[in-house]
Design a protein around this ligand. Structure first.
Ligand code: IPD
Ligand code: CA
Ligand code: CA
Length: 281
């Protein structure tokens, strides 16, 4: 039996925290950043694109940095006491009860290549647990949002995970992180296909996670994700009735970990295909 977590089981006492104001601001800010991102996307041939480190697939543009600056500045103007973890600008005040975890553009490779699957992802933890999340996808005019105890939605529509009980009943999202090695990916794909499953990869971990919450995908495995890729999505999956692995174990918030989210009926099947490395270092 693999460990799996549901945020509702460990929901913190938030009576002293203005969750409504934070949830509202997160939705407004993600929508604003996505709108600004969209106008830059439409003129993307003017962008300067850089590679991060030695991984030629890991790209960043000036838009990523500008949107993260906008999000970080606005959050700190409204809630200076809150902490922050951002892909582009680093961390602040990690001991705060509320810590925002932000990916200004998830799916940058899609963004710079003219593919549609990119989004702005804003998550927030309370006392170390994913608590609220917003993912704005301007290409499809979808705003995914959720808050612990209040459900998860796309625009105004309530989300629920798939009722699949077998991996052959739906599509599974996948992704792989070059530095972790293909030995953590190819055996999983082989088992998925052998079991009658099928895979899809769209280049945005945040959107793929949201699609599990929406029941469009039955699950999503990535060999290694960072917390900013999935913090918002984790809230959506929990609120939509899904399960996740022990993703935040160890230094998961800052360094990331293997990642699995799925509908309850197929979680064990997918976790067994990944093997023990899913929840062990
Ligand atoms: C990436 C996307 C991609 C996933 C990578 C991430 P980025 O984020 O989420 O789907 O496979 O591991 O790094 O670089 O586009 O923000
Ligand atoms: Ca990302
Ligand atoms: Ca990013």
């Amino acid at each position: 039996m693999h460990a799996a977590t549901n945020t509702q089981a460990t929901a913190p006492d938030v009576s002293g925290i203005d969750i409504d104001a934070r949830y509202k601001l997160a939705r407004e800010l993600a929508s604003q950043a996505a709108k600004e991102g969209m106008s830059r996307y439409l003129e993307r041939n003017r962008l300067t694109v850089e590679h991060k480190g030695n991984d030629q697939q890991d790209v960043v543009s000036e838009v990523d940095r500008q949107l993260e600056d906008l999000i970080r500045r606005t959050l700190s103007e409204h809630f200076p006491e809150d902490g922050f973890v951002g892909e582009e600008s680093g961390v602040a005040q990690l001991s705060a009860r509320c810590v925002w975890v932000v990916d200004p553009i998830d799916g940058t490779a899609c963004f710079v290549n003219g593919l549609h699957s990119w989004c702005v992802s804003i998550g927030m933890m309370v006392d170390g647990e994913p608590f609220l999340g917003v993912i704005a996808d301007p290409n499809h005019k979808e705003l995914f949002h959720g808050c612990t105890g209040r459900g998860a939605f796309v625009n105004e529509t309530l989300l629920g995970v798939s009722e699949a009980c077998e991996i052959s009943e739906g599509l599974t999202g996948v992704g792989t992180f070059h530095p972790r090695g293909k030995e953590h990916f190819l055996p999983f794909l082989e088992k998925l296909l052998a079991g009658g499953g099928m895979f899809t990869r769209n280049g945005s971990g945040a959107l793929t996670t949201a699609y599990v919450a929406a029941g469009r995908l039955i699950g999503y495995y990535e060999t290694h994700l960072k917390s900013w890729d999935c913090m918002a999505g984790l809230v959506l999956v929990a609120e939509a009735g899904g399960r996740r692995n022990n993703f935040l174990r160890g230094d998961g918030l800052l360094q990331g970990n293997p990642f699995l989210v799925a509908a309850p009926g197929v979680y064990e099947q997918l976790a067994n295909m990944v093997g023990a490395s899913l929840d062990q270092d």
